[in-house]
Design a protein around this ligand. Sequence first.
Ligand code: B3K
Ligand code: ZN
Length: 876
Amino acid sequence: PLTIYRKDYTAPSYLVDTVELGFDLDPARTIVANRMTMRRNPASGQREIELYGEEIDLVALRVNGKTLGKRDYRIDGNLLRIPNAPEDVVLEIETICAPEKNTALSGLYVSNGNFITQCEAEGFRRITYFPDRPDVMAKYTVMLRAEKQRYPVLLSNGNLVEEGELPGGRHYAKWEDPFPKPSYLFALVASNLVCQEEKFKLADGRTALLQVWVEEGNLDKTDYAMQSLKRSIRWDEERFGLELDLDRFMIVATGDFNMGAMENKGLNIFNTKYVLANPRVATDLDFQGIEAVVGHEYFHNWTGNRVTCRDWFQLSLKEGLTVFRDQEFSGDMVGTDSGRAVNRIDQVRTLRQVQFPEDAGPMAHPVRPDSFVEINNFYTVTVYEKGAEVVRMYQTLLGREGFRKGMDLYFERHDGQAVECDDFRRAMADANGRDLAQFERWYSQAGTPRVRAAMRYDAAAKTVELTLSQSCPPTPGQPDKLPFHIPVAVGLVGRDGRDIPLVIDGEPRGNTAVLELTAAEQSWRFTNVPELPVPSLLRDFSAPVVLEYDYRDEDLLHLFSHDSDPVNRWEAGQRLAMERLLKLTADVTAGSRMQLDDTFVDAMRKVLTDDALDPAFREQALLLPTENMIAEQTEVVHPLSIHMARQFVRATIGTRLRKELMAAIDANQTPGEYSPDAEAIGKRALKNLALSYLAAATDDNEAIDLAGQQFEQADNMTDKAAALGALIHARAQSAAGALQDFYDEFQGEALVVDKWFALQASAPSTDVGAVRALMQHPAFNIRNPNRARSLVATFCMANHVQFHVPDGSGYQFWAEQVIALDALNPQVASRLARAMDRWRRYAPVLQAHMKKALQQVNGQKKLSNDVREVISKALA
Ligand code: B3K
Ligand code: ZN
């Protein structure tokens, strides 16, 4: 497969001003007529028109009214070239595609009988020949024709300008999008869906029509998405002064979708998972996901659509920024400082759990990659979540107002353009008169930087000298790194637990100072420090780095009880827990007896019973680092040892804090009507964590009964699924019956059936044989991405104990599934392929089996570029 390099970018040879698309929709044979007005791009100097096409049949090709013969153009794989084209061209193309055969779910496909599209990144070329690259922006007019009875609803981007009847039971609708857009933002839907709709008043007085389209039986699950959409519109007006630029904004939910959702102009298409919710079927996490994703896709309308990417290497320009925006939105919706901190903790957890491993593995890449084989492999946590951290650092360095000034300048300069990450950085720098040249390294260098801190207290002079040094491990293709520009927010915590006011170089800096580490090593001198403080470093996780400092247990306990920065308060607890988990893991591997010290248990007790703290925060503080995070900290990974160590700590907490956990369950009930507000969510989270710890204590029948009762009586999915999970993980006798009841009750709800599969797939009691048996269940369907992920990917990525059984049968299963999925849907297969990313870190016996499985996949003659890239990088 071909590697594409960022440095090879060249401007498009022709620009497209207008596109008129005509669709005669038929699942087996859809005819697409495409009429484009094009002109030579003065910036290119090329005279050859370059069009991409994939899996489509060319029927006719006309330039300025004249049909081209076979010698007038060349087709080279996916590239169609028309040499020596005139300066101005009307290009007409007719092609045929087969949506019902499209199992890759890229381009135009059929989902439960409805026509749906997905064009990002390169799906539009599966609909028609086109210069399918984001820097070609055109105005679209779209004519849809289809059988009226089967497809009463015909949607595309922009505004509906005409509709009517056609002979033979067909009808049509014509849509016009007034804004020029890249082809990846094109969308159409032809369906029998129904909608919840509402008129909504915008800040400038205009009214917009908002619609959420779903299958008829799901109209009872659209409220939260609609509310989230309205809140998103309001928030972007208030926080960034950005308004909805269309009269109509539509969200369409589909059950067959490769990822979460897609920001097509005016016609967002969503995975049902991020639209449908009511208390009976959706968990708190689902509600939160809906708010975040609805916000995310809506915010793309400015960050992504109005200003888009020059090329796909710049993906983080829109994704990092838009994730940052949706994170800020969610934080503002919670409102309280403590709620915001809980959100922030979740973000840190995701980074450590998924992004740090990616950045340390064979697929490591900079936020702005330099090369790729398949762009779909680069919709990663690095581009998205680390990208959001990079954007957040501008705000940390420039302040909220400075950041807003940068945003304003960015839109002033680039509205309607396709630009680069550098343009965003320049807008931030110029709007604030700051030099952000070194900051560029966050975009170009991969890997997670390490920041090492050392503190020296001079009691006589009452000064603290804080020295920070940085380094970054090598990553593929980047052996050496230059220093980053790292904002390190620090505080000094006194013996009474209060912040010591900071004075640096005679200058008062409040209780938290943002130090800018730009060199390999730098020192700061704090004066007027009356006593030896405990440093609170990297407050609010001010940079995506690993912070190393030799904390003593008593320092951490002090921070865990007192730090005014809630994120670092949590962090202190995580450090305490991680130390013990690593030690216990080593004990298991060595066959030594496990033991948990009172100090740790007491610290957990203290936070559990501290009523001054929000339940949501207490839950975060009690939650242990995940098996993944522990694995990242161990030299040689023994998954079973890690699991047993972590289970031991959970069970020990369950036993030793039994009384307090029971009390927490009582105190955190949420009677009355279910509400997904932050306070209620926090209570349920703490209660259900308490339940799971109690159930983990092997001899606790009362806890099992409690879980059983909660399962029976719960009136919401959060509590019901949590109780079921507790029963399954405790291997309770009642688990099988509960699973059956659960299935019987919810078999008509696809998203709940996904949960049913996922709960089983992730349970340590489910071995590979059981997963194979579940694949035979009538509800399993490998062609549906949500379903395939819920069973197969969950097993391979979240059931460490069973996936990594020493005989290698888990890896064998993985290889089979990657190969089978790849023939249907390369994007889904490729995600699953990444379950092996960290294979070189496992114990030798496991490594050998993993290598064999990787080689087995690699040995396949027919593999997609998607999977080929992931596997060959893993083996490299
Ligand atoms: N932009 C889309 C992702 C498209 C993925 C293509 N493989 C969703 C989002 O980030 O909002
Ligand atoms: Zn996005």
